[in-house]
Design a binder for this molecule. Structure first.
Ligand code: UD1
Length: 420
């Protein structure tokens, strides 16, 4: 298993180009199953989860061609309705095949997902919503099997009991080809939902209300090919901003989308960062400035993103004073905490809150990555710590951060991948 060796203590300084968002690319790639016409996607990040989506497409009978580093043409027609355990277990977001397959073929067999081990992460909201659109379900041998009495879905009103990002995305894709009008109430409002709506509209879908908690979809009989560029990754952006900040450096994030990062930028400013924003770039300067502790409570968008919680924990760990971080979205999303404690952070967990007393320095140590964003926090901790840090099991990191070593090295950080 690959590891990172990081020698800490250098301020990160320079420019970093932000990649396309993993969480937008995954539903959009799987959403190409809704048409048999060619779709060209740009700004697709080169990530393991993205490759898993392409493998899923191939398994369903579609083909793809890489046009350049980040552009793909996807062609062909879905012929199989089965997403097997072998692929689904490596990526929880494979559940996003359920909506498009059920809408396009009238049935689907999707293995129950694996992926990041953060809490129970059920899929009941996906299933309940699709039932409202007329799908029937059975669960056997670890597979969710959907069917439709007349081979198609029918519009309906879905009230999501809890805000779910991939749940909303699955239902948007399913409703796009359902007969009649569908309304998703208490829909997720994340920027990746907005990007999916833009993509579906480019294919001829009639979607409105994305970005609010009520999305309305008028079903159409078929969708056509299109060209679409994936939105910038706000979590990758936030991760580099925190890394520069925690190391008392300065960074310019290029090709970013500042309006998708408002809660993160507000907290960085509260922590005493100097930040300047223009259309597609964010400049942060922390040279010669004290890091002030910030209290964080995660919430669905436009609240503070759970995917930035672990990175902010490192910032608080080296801030001057005490703070708390409360996680409200996922249980068991504090697996980075014991590892940060091994690096000298003063953290204590009480229920879904971590209390933090800032220390002047972290110390390098051997640590273990446990999920995607926890890995990001350990890399940042390694960059600011005194001495050498070895981060084991970085395959989690490869699921979500494009060219991470190259980008960190371009900012002056010392990081090496050790293959093994
Ligand atoms: C997505 C993101 C992930 C992010 C998360 C929250 C993708 C591929 N992943 O994950 O990076 O951390 O949103 O912003 O976009 N829930 C249920 N039943 C369900 C579905 C979800 O109870 O059927 C619960 C979950 O356990 C969790 C909460 O709802 O407590 C939110 O989860 P959800 O928004 O669905 O997360 P994902 O879409 O899996």
């Amino acid at each position: 298993m690959d590891k990172f060796t990081i020698v800490g203590g250098k301020a990160l300084e320079g420019e970093v180009t932000i990649s396309g968002a993993k969480n937008a690319a995954l539903p959009i790639i799987l959403g190409t199953m809704l048409t048999s016409e060619p779709v060209v996607l740009h700004n697709v990040p080169d990530l393991r989860d993205v490759q898993t989506c392409f493998k899923l497409l191939t398994m369903m009978g579609k083909s793809y061609e890489r046009l350049s580093d980040n552009s793909y043409r996807i062609t062909g027609k879905v012929t199989s309705n089965v997403a097997t355990y072998e692929l689904v277990k490596t990526m929880r977001a494979s559940i996003l095949a359920l909506g498009p397959l059920t809408a396009y073929l009238g049935s689907a067999e999707v293995s129950l997902p694996g992926g990041c081990a953060i809490g129970a992460r059920p899929v009941d909201l996906h299933v309940k919503g699709l039932k409202e659109l007329g799908a029937l379900f059975e669960l056997s041998d670890g597979y969710i099997r959907s069917s439709t009495p007349d081979g198609k879905l029918h519009g309906g009103t879905i009230l999501m009991d809890k805000v779910s990002v991939t749940g909303t995305e699955n239902l948007m894709m399913a409703a796009a080809l359902a007969e009649g009008t569908s309304v998703i109430e208490n829909a997720a409002r994340e920027p990746e939902i907005v990007d999916l709506a833009i993509f579906l509209r480019a294919m001829g879908a009639q979607v409105s209300g994305e970005g609010s908690d009520r999305i309305v979809i008028e079903g159409v009989p078929s969708l056509h090919g299109c060209e679409h560029s994936i939105v910038a990754d706000r979590i990758e952006t936030g991760t580099y901003l925190v890394a520069a900040m925690a190391s008392h450096g300065q960074v310019t994030c290029l090709h970013a989308l500042p309006q998708t990062l408002e809660p993160v930028i507000a907290k960085l400013r509260q922590a005493n960062a100097l930040i300047e924003i223009s259309d597609d770039r964010i400049y942060l300067d922390m040279r010669g400035r004290d890091i002030k502790p910030v209290d964080i409570i995660t919430a669905p968008h436009p609240g503070f993103p759970t995917d930035m919680q672990a990175q902010f924990m490192v910032l608080n760990a080296v801030a001057s004073g005490s703070s708390s971080v409360t996680e409200t979205i996922f249980e068991n999303r504090f697996m980075h905490v014991p590892e940060l404690i091994r690096m000298g952070a003063h953290l204590s967990i009480n229920g879904n809150t971590v209390y933090c007393e800032g220390v002047p320095h972290l110390q390098g140590a051997q640590v273990m990555a446990t999920d995607l964003r926890a890995s990001a926090s350990l890399v940042i901790a390694g960059l600011v710590a005194e001495g050498t840090t070895v981060v084991d099991r970085i395959y989690h990191m490869d699921r979500g951060y494009e060219h991470i070593e190259r980008k960190i090295r371009a900012l002056g950080g010392t990081i090496e991948r050790i293959s093994g």
